[in-house]
Write a protein that binds this ligand. Structure first.
Ligand code: LIP
Length: 292
């Protein structure tokens, strides 16, 4: 098999992201963005557009790159887990609940992994017309021009959780170990410290793992902690985050090596000076339980 041409793949994925963006935008403008069903519960939705966008993307990718694997959220087959083979990893609409509510934080997430390592990533939010993109080793960009992180060399070093804007998600599982761990940890992090100071500055939930990670990559969010999402939620933005100097580790304490299909993540924005490792350890120390 020929060595993948990463620039060509990047450019093709960008063209698909814009096509997908048009479908998503037109559905919202035409008021066609209602749910057609739920997977597990009313917090885990699917629409005809999730399927239509994935179908357009997978058909295009299989025609141009027939030798590469394809993993998409809507057609995922658990008997075919991620392998070392070059694989496109796609979420046609990340933030489906946002899409259904016309809340402008739904995106298409197009990743490409080789040897299970996220290597090309494109995330496009058509509502804000924001494109995040990266090729491993070549930097991360916003709208293909502005290098990330946004403040470049002037990014303030991380100075601990009391000054951190932390991205979290409730996820679609509303019971079980992950739910318990998340809720107890949110409570711990949200409360005051003994000296009256804040444990973290505040929480945000964009409703899309990919956009949370891109916010950490650009430096508008400091940290993102998640358990329960899937490889298509994180693969593309993983490249963008790490190319912007951020790091991603396991969501459970002690796991310095995270895997793209590990389903538990802690992402920290890039800081030009020390601070990331300390912040990871500080966050881990407040986790109440373990994510599965
Ligand atoms: C969603 C994520 C969200 C996460 C949910 C879900 P979907 O993806 O991006 O941030 O908390 O568990 O996976 O279903 O909108 O593609």
């Amino acid at each position: 098999m020929a060595t993948p041409d990463l620039k060509e793949i990047h450019d093709f994925l960008v063209s698909l992201a814009f096509k997908a963006g048009d479908i998503i935008t037109n559905a919202i403008l035409d008021n066609n963005n209602s749910e057609t069903g739920s997977k597990k519960n009313s917090a885990d939705l699917v629409t005809e557009y999730d399927r239509a966008v994935e179908n357009m993307i997978s058909t295009s990718l299989k025609a141009k790159y027939p030798d590469y694997e394809f993993h998409g959220e809507e057609t995922y087959d658990p008997t075919r887990p991620l392998t070392e083979a070059p694989t496109f990893i796609v979420d046609p609409i990340d933030g489906t609940i946002n899409f259904v509510h016309s809340f402008p934080y739904a995106c298409v997430s197009l990743g490409f992994a080789i040897n299970r390592i996220p290597t090309v990533g494109i995330v496009y939010n058509p509502s804000t017309k924001t494109l995040y993109s990266a090729i491993k080793g070549q930097g991360a960009f916003r709208n293909q021009e502005t290098r990330l992180p946004l403040k470049g060399d002037h990014v303030e070093p991380l100075s601990g959780l009391p000054n951190a804007l932390v991205s979290i998600e409730w996820g679609s599982d509303r019971s079980g170990p992950n739910w318990e761990t998340k809720v107890r940890t949110f409570e711990k992090l949200g409360q005051s410290k003994e000296d009256g100071g804040a444990m973290v500055r505040s929480f945000r939930s964009l409703g899309s793992a990919a956009l949370n990670l891109c916010s950490v990559a650009e430096g508008t969010m400091d940290l993102y902690w998640e358990g329960g999402c899937w490889e298509w939620d994180v693969c593309a933005a993983w490249v963008i985050l790490t190319e912007a100097g951020g790091i991603i580790v396991d969501g459970n304490p002690g796991g310095w090596e995270a895997s793209v299909d590990g389903r538990r993540y802690l992402a920290i924005r890039g800081a030009p000076e020390a601070g990331q490792k300390e912040m990871v350890e500080e966050f881990w120390s407040y986790i109440q339980g373990r994510l599965e």
